[in-house]
Design a protein around this ligand. Structure first.
Ligand SMILES: Nc1ncnc2c1ncn2[C@@H]1O[C@H](COP(=O)(O)OP(=O)(O)OP(=O)(O)O)[C@@H](O)[C@H]1O
Ligand SMILES: [Mg+2]
Length: 446
């Protein structure tokens, strides 16, 4: 596709396969789904960009579940790979937002592309759009998707459309169901659609070879979804009861009176995980903050953690945690205590009763609520290395792939697969602290 713009600016982009279909699609709801790195985001962004260039005064939207994740990924692709030339020529400019309008890109022909996270939807919910792109659409609840749909009534473009890009999730995900039921169209994107990774003859390019090696190294359900592109369920899921609609909650101001706890699972090559929990007066636990990062020293994590809790003056920003509950590595604990300037206690590490206690906290109680929650956006900072390796980058992303080991012959010995389980361990320490007695009380002084 070659498009002549004002004067001599040229955009070149060859959509293939599902990306090509996307450019012709006129349905009100379209999803482009497939394994990792097939060109889904690029296709949707080019569609927005080219439509904006050719249709003065239309209003578009790029949205993701959280504003932070959007800035780190989708918008980088837009600025570097899609709109770089037009930005350099001043045809597209960044607009930082106003009290009434979301930030976004402004085209010289009057077209606008707003950008927003569904964690702060107020401004987009009072605006009207012609064309919307939701990246990583599986992160959204169906309610988010439908709420966005109500904003598609700007009427300047002759067709209004909501596009979503995603990797496959579990087979009963609302996106899959919506497409199966005919409410939305699904375009299936494949690696052959991406000329950066696959040559026309079906062999991988050099860049593609490296990329596919990473996908080949994945295991379990992540491999099925991200390499093979299937809407696969994890076999032998340990926390089957985990339901994003129930257990993921939006951020809220945590009352000062709630008890705070910290749990830690040490790691360097594997992620170091530090979780902050708040406990309400009825004993419900909320994971409200999390460090989940590889290749940093314990002392650096400790300094970062302390900075999140304590002002440079030494005054606490939030209630002091009642305990810092750690994995048992003596040296790491000593380092953590020194730099956090706090004592730690050893976690109750037994696995199977800890898992059972965690499972029972996920169950809905008579009051209709569970007893363990993860607050959206708890992650302090995404680790780009984990993203590049397509590994879980926070506790929430581990839960839906945390499975029992399966022995040859199909026997399940009720032992979890020791893989992508770092947030699972730290979370289990928290639940064990509250629900299982007999934790070794080896408190050491910091
Ligand atoms: N048609 C194309 N021409 C040139 N490069 C492409 C094309 N399609 C994709 N690419 C490149 O391939 C890489 C992956 O593309 P993109 O990020 O759009 O994939 P994705 O399917 O959204 O991946 P993910 O599943 O990780 O979200 C990017 O570097 C992109 O620029
Ligand atoms: Mg993408």
């Amino acid at each position: 596709m070659t498009t002549a713009l004002d004067q001599d600016a040229i955009v070149r982009y060859e959509p293939r396969g599902a990306a090509r279909e996307l450019f012709r699609a006129r349905e009100a709801e379209v999803f482009i789904a497939g394994p990792a790195g097939t060109g889904k985001s690029l296709a949707c962004l080019f569609r927005l960009h080219l439509t904006a260039l050719h249709n003065p005064n239309i209003r578009c939207l790029i949205v993701r579940k959280t504003a932070v994740s959007l800035g780190a990924t989708t918008l980088v692709t837009y600025e570097k790979k899609v709109a770089a030339d037009t930005i350099a020529r001043g045809i597209v400019r960044w607009f930082g937002g106003s009290p009434r309008e979301a930030p976004g890109y402004r085209y010289s022909n009057g077209a606008k592309i707003d950008v927003a996270g569904m964690d702060k939807p107020e401004k987009i919910m009072s605006a009207e759009y012609d064309l919307v792109f939701v990246d990583e659409a599986t992160e959204l609840a169906v309610g988010d998707w439908e709420a966005i749909g109500t904003r598609l009534r700007n009427g300047i473009l002759s067709w209004q459309q909501q596009m979503g890009a995603c990797n496959p999730a579990h087979p009963t995900h609302w996106i899959k169901q919506r497409c199966d039921q005919g409410q939305a169209r699904m375009l299936v994107s494949r690696h052959v659609d991406n000329p950066a990774y696959m040559n026309a003859d079906g062999t991988p390019t050099e860049v593609g070879r490296d990329y596919f090696a990473k996908l080949d190294a994945l295991t379990g359900v992540r491999k099925l979804r991200l390499r093979d592109g299937t809407w696969a369920a994890a076999e032998g899921l340990i926390y089957e009861e985990f339901d994003e609609a129930v257990h993921l909650v939006d951020q809220f101001t945590i009352p000062h009176a709630w008890t705070r706890w910290i749990t830690v699972d040490f790691g360097f090559t594997n992620p170091f995980v530090m979780q902050w929990w708040a406990e309400d007066p009825d004993g419900r636990l909320f994971l409200y903050r999390e460090i989940y990062h590889t290749r940093r020293l314990v002392e650096d994590h400790a300094r970062q953690a302390r900075g999140l809790m304590v002002y440079p003056s030494g005054q606490w920003r939030e209630p002091q945690p009642r305990a810092v509950i750690c994995d048992h590595d003596a040296e790491d604990r000593a380092t953590l205590e020194k730099h956090l300037q706090m004592g730690t206690s050893a976690a109750h590490k037994s696995v199977s009763d800890g898992i059972q206690a965690f499972q029972s906290r996920l169950k809905l109680q008579q009051d209709g609520r569970a007893r363990l929650f993860i607050v959206r956006g708890a992650l302090v900072e995404r680790d780009p290395e984990l993203d590049a390796a397509r590994k879980p980058a926070c506790t929430q992303e581990e839960i839906t792939g945390y499975v029992w080991q399966v022995k040859p012959g199909g026997a399940v010995p009720e032992v979890p697969l020791k893989e992508n389980d770092h947030g699972m361990d730290a979370g289990r320490y928290m639940v064990a602290e509250r629900d299982l007695g007999g934790r070794p009380r080896m408190r050491t002084l910091g």
